[in-house]
Design a protein around this ligand. Structure first.
Ligand SMILES: Cc1ncc(C[n+]2csc(CCOP(=O)(O)OP(=O)(O)O)c2C)c(N)n1
Length: 510
């Protein structure tokens, strides 16, 4: 079988598995795949083979149009693909050439793994005889993703990424295939219907749950990221309990605890029930060392803590709890007053932004201060939220956001300055989105100011911390916005005002 035949079989099988979008990253080794994707997107053969002239060969793929996005940077492509899956739920494929290009997909694969997202990573490889020789652009691609990706299309669970590595020998566009594949079997592709839709988050594989007793008494309920389909059920089951609903739960405006996560430590409760994905709250990390029983209801197979029984969300019972959080409303009012007094502070600027945005705006929250500060300060409106909280990286945030943008809605990305700097090439894809309902808000506080809030780093010399941990800088984003012709708002909070707000906020809890 020639390279192009193998490429056709692979692409057909991947499309049959429900992927209709391919993020392609150019190279010569993957040119058979790119040529096939090109011909399928145009509906006819684009290569001349064995002296024949090019003939139109329309394909019967009426149910779903093939969509190609083309990228320069594979890391960005993979995060964009992740964002696309978050948008529509279908698997999305990324296609790379051989060498370090493959490794660029690892961060997104890790994020997808911890978020239960069906990313398909297709890498072209040189034939197996080059392995271990150090020949140009030959690296050890098989198994590169380790535990973070499955490697058989036939047995793919769709609860984590899939890596397909396919070898192509020279001549790339019409030669015979020396060795069909390391991990892809052209004969045995799984055939799914074209309109098979994957609901997120995906059910974890069986056997990973722990059956233990239930938390009883006066539990606090913390609600992390939730799929939209679970929200009505969860809201109904927590009606008689005090609960902290994070933005990604989609239930934040119903939260009964409103004064911020510091309120939790003030509360009277004797256990914790966590619903949804692993929470963002700092308190969640503290909980590790607290002597409290914990129980989890999540469709992802992670406890996010070293203890506690894990149950599916459908098993969530109605929770009756008289846990109490005295003084919450009064403390919230005092906090709002502090923000009123300091409109140039970071938290007040975030609150203003949330006031300015229309209800139901899609808001992507960057790690790590933006997502926390938004939770603390933003108005409680029904926004639609997204974030990468699988592995909490600051990488690929803009790319994920662009993938997640809905052409029919307003989409806003709120990120820190270093997070933006990490993904400066991401707007490459914007002209291919076909819409401009994309706005980026960079909270430019001149470095990684989250580290100024980390207690363990307070003992470091201040200027040393600024230089090597916070990476303090004077970078502005106007030329970057002009370079890509994108809508960027740069918020530049006053450092003194922000500091005063934090001091007064801290005093609320003394
Ligand atoms: C890929 C990756 N590298 C490093 C980190 C550690 N980290 C967490 S927050 C942060 C700084 C973020 O700075 P910025 O984007 O400016 O946001 P802010 O200071 O407002 O939190 C870093 C380096 C990470 N989470 N992910």
């Amino acid at each position: 079988m020639g390279n192009l035949d193998v490429a056709r079989r692979l692409i057909d099988d991947v499309r049959a598995a429900g992927a209709h979008e391919f993020c392609v990253c150019a190279g010569s080794r993957n040119s058979p795949l790119l040529a096939v994707l090109g011909e399928q997107s145009l509906g006819h053969a684009v290569t001349q083979s064995r002296g024949e002239s090019t003939t139109a060969t329309p394909r019967d793929r009426a149910t779903e149009q093939l969509r190609l996005y083309s990228f320069v940077d594979e890391r960005s492509a993979a995060f964009f693909a992740l964002g696309r899956v978050k948008l529509h739920g279908h698997p999305v494929a990324v296609v790379t050439t051989s060498g370090t290009a493959v490794a660029e997909m690892l961060p997104a694969a890790i994020e997808a793994y911890y978020s239960g997202i069906p990313l398909i990573l297709i890498s072209a490889d040189r034939p197996a005889r080059f392995r271990g020789t150090g020949a140009p652009q030959s690296i050890e691609q098989l198994g590169l993703f380790g535990v973070y990706a499955e490697t058989s299309l036939d047995a793919w669970t769709r609860t984590k990424p899939l890596h397909l590595n396919v070898e192509f020998d020279e001549p790339l566009l019409d030669g015979p295939l020396i060795r069909p594949s390391g991990t892809f079997s052209p004969q045995a592709g799984r055939r799914a219907t074209n309109d098979e839709r994957v609901e997120l988050p995906l059910a974890p594989p069986g056997g990973e749950r722990v059956a233990e007793g239930r938390v009883r008494g006066r539990p606090l309920v913390i609600i992390g990221g939730l799929a939209a389909k679970h929200r009505p059920l969860v809201l109904e089951r927590v009606r008689h309990a005090a609960f902290y609903a994070e933005p990604l739960s989609g239930l934040r405006e119903h939260s009964t605890i409103t004064a911020g996560e510091r309120m939790i430590a003030r509360g009277d409760f004797d256990g914790v029930i966590r619903i949804g994905n692993v929470p963002t709250l700092r308190y969640w990390r503290d909980l590790e060392s607290l002597d409290l029983p914990v129980e989890h209801y999540s469709d992802l197979p992670f406890t996010g803590l070293t203890r506690g029984a894990l149950h599916p969300i459908e098993a969530l019972p109605a929770i009756h709890s008289d846990a109490s959080f005295p003084g919450d409303a009064g403390l919230r009012a005092r906090f709002e007053q502090i923000l009123d007094d300091e409109p140039r502070s970071e938290l007040a600027m975030i609150r203003s932004l949330s006031r300015e945005l229309a209800p139901h705006t899609r808001v992507y929250l960057g790690n790590s201060l933006p997502i926390r500060e938004w939770d603390l300060a933003a108005e409680r409106k029904p926004f639609e939220y997204e974030a990468n909280r699988g592995a909490n990286g600051i990488d690929g945030q803009l790319s994920t956001f662009f993938g997640w943008c809905d052409p029919n809605r307003d989409n806003v990305c709120v990120i820190g300055d270093l997070t933006a700097i990490y993904d400066l090439g991401a707007p490459w894809i914007v002209p291919q989105l076909g819409h401009k309902r994309v706005r980026i808000v960079v909270i430019n506080n001149g470095g990684g100011r989250i580290f100024g809030r980390v207690a363990s780093l307070q003992s470091l010399d201040g200027s040393l911390r600024e230089r090597i941990i916070e990476n303090a800088h004077d970078v502005r984003f106007d030329h970057w916005a002009a370079m890509w012709n994108i809508d960027v708002t740069e918020l530049r909070p006053d450092a003194g005002a922000s500091q005063r707000v934090w001091e007064r906020y801290d005093e609320l809890w003394i």
